[in-house]
Design a binder for this molecule. Structure first.
Ligand code: AKG
Length: 276
C-alpha cells in the first residue's frame, strides 16, 4: 500500500542519525566532516560517472566560472549519485536540526579549477532569510587537503545572525574541512563558508546539495527515466508527484498496448526503499 508522504519524516526521525559528537559539532561549529560515507569501488565508479557528467553537460545545467565549474541536476546523470542524498544518518540529523519535513533543493557537481583563487566567504541562506532552515552537504570526490581548494568554514558564524561584510571577511578565522575522498561535509546553510584556493595542478571535485523545508521551491526537477529509477525515499526527497509519474506509466502502457502489470513498478514502497 502506498505510504503517506509525511510518514517519511517520522520514519527518518526514528531512524539513524549522526553520532552525538558529530551532531553537536554541526550545531555548535556549523559544520562536520563524516569520513568513509562512500568507499572503495563505489567511490571509483562515482569518480568516473562524475567526470562523464561534467564532460557531457551543456547549458543550462553547465555553468563554467572563473574559479569553478558546476553541473546542476546531477540526479539525471546516474544512480551513483542517489545514495548520497539518501544517506540515513544525515537525513535523521536533518530531521532533528530542521524540526520539520524537508526536501532536496539541489544536487550538483562542483569542481574547483586548478590554480584558482579562494571564494569569498558567504552564506547560502541568512539565518533570518526566507529559505532558512537549510542544511548543505559536500561529498569529497577527491580528498580535500590544505592545498587543493577544500571548503573553509568560520566556526560559530551560523549563530551570528548576519551575512559576512568585507570587514568580517578580513578578520574571520576559517577552519578547513579536510577529509579523504568519500568523506561528507554537512553544514548549516547559514555558516560563513567558501572554497579555499586551489594551489595544485589538479581539479578538486565534489558533489553538493542542500535540504530545505518541504514547502520551499527546489532548484531542479528530473527526467522521467530518472523518476522511474528512484526508490520511494529518493522520490519523497525530490518532491516527485507520484500520481503524475504513475499516470505517465499508465499512459505509456496504454500506448504500447501491453497488459498492465498487477503491481505498479512505481509503488512508493518498492524494494529500494531501504536505501532510497
Ligand atoms: O565548493 C566548495 O568548496 C564550497 C561550496 C560553496 O561555497 C557553496 O555551495 O555555497
Amino acid at each position: 500500500m502506498a505510504r503517506p508522504r509525511d510518514d517519511w519524516f517520522s520514519r527518518l526521525l526514528s531512524g539513524d542519525w549522526l553520532e552525538a559528537d558529530a551532531e553537536r559539532q554541526l550545531l555548535e561549529v556549523g559544520f562536520v566532516v563524516i569520513p568513509g560515507v562512500v568507499a572503495g569501488e563505489r567511490m571509483d565508479r562515482l569518480g568516473l560517472v562524475y567526470d562523464r557528467a561534467v564532460a557531457t553537460a551543456a547549458a543550462p545545467q553547465l555553468r563554467v566560472g572563473r574559479e569553478t565549474t558546476r553541473v546542476h541536476g546531477l540526479a539525471d546523470s546516474g544512480g551513483e549519485f542517489d545514495d548520497i542524498y539518501v544517506y540515513g544518518p544525515m537525513l535523521g540529523t536533518c530531521c532533528r536540526v530542521m524540526g520539520q519535513p524537508f526536501r532536496l533543493s539541489s544536487l550538483l557537481a562542483r569542481t574547483v579549477h586548478p590554480w584558482s583563487g579562494a571564494d569569498r566567504l558567504h552564506v547560502d541562506v541568512a539565518s533570518d532569510g526566507d529559505g532558512w532552515p537549510m542544511l548543505g552537504f559536500i561529498l569529497m570526490v577527491d580528498a580535500f587537503d590544505v592545498d587543493n581548494g577544500c571548503t573553509r568554514f568560520v566556526p560559530g558564524s551560523h549563530r551570528s545572525n548576519h551575512i559576512p561584510s568585507d570587514a568580517d571577511r578580513e578578520v574571520a578565522e576559517p577552519m578547513l574541512a579536510l577529509g579523504e575522498r568519500g568523506s561528507l561535509a554537512i553544514y548549516s546553510g547559514s555558516v560563513w563558508h567558501g572554497h579555499s584556493a586551489n594551489r595544485t595542478a589538479m581539479p578538486r571535485r565534489s558533489v553538493q546539495g542542500a535540504y530545505i523545508r518541504r514547502s520551499g521551491q527546489a532548484a531542479f526537477g528530473c527526467q522521467a527515466d530518472t523518476q522511474a529509477r528512484l526508490g520511494g525515499l529518493a522520490r519523497y526527497l525530490l518532491g516527485i508527484d507520484l500520481s503524475a509519474v504513475e499516470q505517465r506509466g499508465a499512459d505509456d502502457r496504454a500506448a504500447s498496448a501491453e497488459p498492465a502489470s498487477e503491481r505498479s513498478q512505481l509503488d512508493p514502497v518498492c524494494e529500494r526503499e531501504g536505501d532510497g
